[in-house]
Design a protein around this ligand. Sequence first.
Ligand SMILES: Cc1cc2nc3c(=O)[nH]c(=O)nc-3n(C[C@H](O)[C@H](O)[C@H](O)COP(=O)(O)O)c2cc1C
Length: 192
Amino acid sequence: MTAANYLKAVASRRTVYALKPELPSGVNINDVQAVVQAIIRDTPTSFNSQVNRAIILTGKAHKEVWDRVVESIPGESGKKRPQSARDEAYGSVIFFTDDVVTEQLQAKFAAFAAAFPQFADHSSGAAQIHTWTALRELGLGAHLQHYNGYVKAALPKEIPATWNVHAQLVFGVPAAEPGEKTFEENPVKIYS
Ligand SMILES: Cc1cc2nc3c(=O)[nH]c(=O)nc-3n(C[C@H](O)[C@H](O)[C@H](O)COP(=O)(O)O)c2cc1C
């Protein structure tokens, strides 16, 4: 992999809302699991605390969680995105950080105590975007959602209560191209 290839993958990751509840031909859910597992392993964490956690919802579990989110959201317009996740996506990666790990860090490194929740946010964000990019390379489309409290309440009971939900990456086969994206000039200057 060259830097140019890496940057191409970075630029190819887009928000794709129009999904079909399928996987691309030649890809199975274990391929998705292997990608997420590798990213959870290799994404850096503060003090190498390995605070990131993830699960993959698909099939009945995916439908049940998103159905409960739909039912919990008041008003019709707010239900549209979770309805589309339930009905049009093949699955979702749910990203967490473990509060037990964050609290252990706070106890051990008191001088940084206030920073550790933010460090967990940062590392989770890195894992989310790595995963989004890698799933695109598998031929999947995805969009990132934050129905965190609703999702937490709907998750399978065996998920530890200390796992703090950060985001949901909803994926499937792209049914349409992503929308047009505009860019701002944010020049990166070199000072020497
Ligand atoms: C940290 C972060 C949070 C986001 N939250 C949401 C969200 O809650 N719902 C949503 O539909 N899109 C969400 N997005 C998607 C952004 O709107 C999208 O990435 C942005 O418009 C750029 O488009 P692109 O993903 O196609 O490059 C989020 C993206 C990031 C990076």
